[in-house]
Structure formats: C-alpha cells, structure tokens
Design a protein around this ligand. Structure first.
Ligand code: FAD
Length: 331
C-alpha cells in the first residue's frame, strides 16, 4: 500500500509587513478577517477570501477574540458562569491561509484573558510556523465589566505585551535560566486612533502612549476605522509632529446597513460624517445602504491612494463581495 504523507509543512514566506511597505512602489492592499464561529470549518475562511485573493493582498490580518463569560442554566435551575471562546483558532487560521494562498498573515495578539506564559507559548508557536508578524493589542473589557482587567499574571496595556514580544526578539524568555535563547524576528504592529481611544482623556495623552509603543519597538501603526479622511490626515500630521515616524496604515470599513449608523459609533467610538449619514438615512433598503457605503469607501480609498498611503487595510468583516466591488473600482 502506498502511503501519501500529507504535506504539513508551511513554506515560510518570511516577509514582514514593514518589508512589504519598504519595498513597495505603490500603495499596497491588505485585508482583515475574523475567525469563524466555533462549529464552522476552515472552508468558511477560504470561501470568504477566495473572491479577494486575486487583488494580491500583501498580508491578511486575523483578529483575536477573548473568551466571553456566559451564564448557563444547570439541571437544578441555578446558573453557573462559564467562559466560552466563540471564535477560536487565530494562529491555526494564519497557518492555514499561508499554506493555502502563500500570503503573509498577521495574527492579532491581545492582553485580555492571557497570562504572560500563555502569550510566550503562542509566540513560540507562531515562530515555529514561520509567522513573523503580529499586531499587538490590549483588547477590550469583558462585556459585563466596565473596565479592562488584566489577568493576574497578564499584561495591562498593549505596550507591556509589546515589550514581551520585543524581549523574545532579543532571545529573552520568561524563564531566567534559558540562556542564549533562540531569537524570534517578529515585525510588530500596534493600533492607533485618529479619533482618540475612547478611554483616553484627550488626544495628546493618547498620542504620548502611542509614541511610547513606537519607541518600545512597534514597526508600524494600523488605525481604527474612520469615515472622514480628514481625520486620518490630521492624525498622521499630529503623529509626525509628535515624532512618530513609522508607517501609519489606514483601517477602512464599508457601511452596509442602516443600523450601523448607531452601532458603529457606539462600538468603535468613531463619527460618521453628516454627508454620509444623510445619504444613508434616505435609503429604503439595506441594499441601497450597501451601494452608498460602497461608493463612499471607493472615494475614501481613491483619495488615500492618491495621497500615497502605504497600505489600504480593509476590515472585511463578513462582506467580501462589498470589498471586492471596492477593489474593482479602486485598483
Ligand atoms: P493600549 O495601547 O494599551 O491603550 C488602551 C488605553 O490605555 C488607551 O486609552 C491609551 O491611551 C491608554 N494607555 C496606553 N498605555 C497606557 C499606560 N501605560 N498607562 C495608562 N494608560 C495607557 N480587539 C480585540 O479584542 N481583538 C482584536 O483582534 C482587535 N483588533 C484590533 C485591530 C485594530 C487595528 C484596532 C484599532 C483595534 C483592535 N482591537 C481588537 C480593539 C482594541 O483591543 C481596543 O481598542 C482596546 O480597547 C485598546 O487596545 P490598544 O492596543 O489600543 O490598547
């Protein structure tokens, strides 16, 4: 009997986001996806990316979702609090995408719900898989908590997690008795907020923490979504004035339903420009909204591209066809 061993090796692409940017002659494209809900197969990721891959994304980000606390009813009628991870698999999805499409991936890493040791293990897994990029984030508070609470042996801010990744890049592991530890080579991205992070008292304070992340080793910044390019341009200018000189990648998202007019500001703490909200309010169906949202995103993308932004980074969030239409109009 002939035994065909499955090819489990992932051809390491070993291209860092910063190298993609530095070697590019034109604005690059990247996409961000969510892991599927538990119970779905990896094919749902491929179904999502298939319509987009022809646009040659330089890299694909995969978000990380901490577990949620839910109350489950027990047989005796009482409730117990359990932790449920609804969207597991970020590291494995990155490996699967690299294997399937030969495209670089950027797993998101968060502080929330992780001890430093678990983070170190995840970084070692990524390093062994040949994944050399990470986007380092704090994560948000649990849905039923008002403030972000780090794990007892976890990180409180993205900068602390960044320091851990940077240490590993210098061969410094948590176990002090590891000497001459193998050095990792992570290219590190961090989040920036053109309209201010919602917990920051003001933009200047937020900016000083962003600068600290860059001084600690962040190679580039990806912004929170925005719908008014002026906010991005003035953020970039303020960053430059503050001495932040790394590439700043604009994060872009289409509006596709009327309810997003309130959900997006509530969830992401960003404004929707009057001109856009007025057009959306006139729409009779979500199909009409999708058309307006697509046109808006096309215009945003064209202007950003003309201004020479390093990358157009699209939050695809279940809307690959919309992003595909934007790509067809922009590229
Ligand atoms: P931080 O940089 O730690 O900042 C958080 C707040 O603390 C800010 O108000 C900042 O001003 C302040 N601050 C920073 N450092 C200090 C300090 N030393 N002392 C006091 N205050 C400080 N969430 C997920 O759960 N999964 C994801 O995959 C994910 N992907 C994202 C991708 C992008 C591009 C963006 C923009 C956000 C993403 N988020 C994700 C959301 C993110 O986790 C939240 O916005 C979170 O509230 C803040 O994360 P951060 O990394 O910006 O935190």
């Amino acid at each position: 009997m002939t035994y065909f061993a499955p090819d489990l090796t992932i051809e390491p692409l070993l291209m860092k986001v910063i190298d993609h940017i530095q070697q590019a002659k034109n604005t690059l494209i990247s996409f961000e996806i969510l892991p599927p809900l538990k119970g779905k197969s990896i094919n749902s990721i491929f179904d999502h990316l298939d319509p987009l891959i022809e646009f040659n994304p330089s890299f694909i980000n995969v978000t990380y979702h901490r577990s949620e606390q839910v109350f489950k009813k027990k047989a005796d009628g009482s409730f117990e609090k359990v932790e449920v991870r609804k969207r597991p698999g970020t590291v494995a999805i990155c490996a699967a995408i690299m294997n399937h499409y030969k495209v670089d991936t950027v797993p998101h890493l968060i502080c929330g719900g992780f001890s430093k040791r678990e983070t170190e293990d995840a970084l070692i897994d990524l390093n062994f898989l040949g994944i050399d990029n990470v986007l380092v984030l704090r994560g948000d508070a649990h849905k039923n908590e008002s403030n972000f609470e780090p794990e007892p042996d976890g990180h409180a801010y993205a900068i602390d997690l960044l320091r851990q990744v940077d240490n590993l890049n210098h061969g410094i592991y948590l176990e002090e008795d590891i000497r001459d530890g193998s050095k990792t080579h992570f290219c590190i991205g961090v989040a920036g907020y053109p309209e201010k992070h919602f917990e920051a008292p003001n933009l200047q304070t937020d900016m000083s923490f962003l600068k600290a992340k860059v001084e600690t080793g962040a190679d580039y910044i990806v912004t929170q979504m925005f719908f008014d390019n002026k906010k991005y341009f003035s953020f970039v200018q303020e960053c430059r004035e503050a001495g932040i000189n790394v590439p700043i990648i604009p994060g872009l998202k289409p509006i596709t339903s009327k309810k997003q007019l309130s959900v997006i500001p509530r969830t992401f703490h960003v404004d929707i420009p009057t001109e856009l909200s007025a057009e959306i309010m006139k729409c009779k169906t979500d199909a009409d909204v999708e058309k307006v949202g697509t046109e808006w995103l096309v215009e945003q993308s064209k202007e950003l591209k003309n201004e020479g932004v390093p990358v157009l980074h699209y939050y695809t969030l279940g809307k690959p066809k919309v992003i595909r239409n934007v790509m067809l109009a922009v590229l």
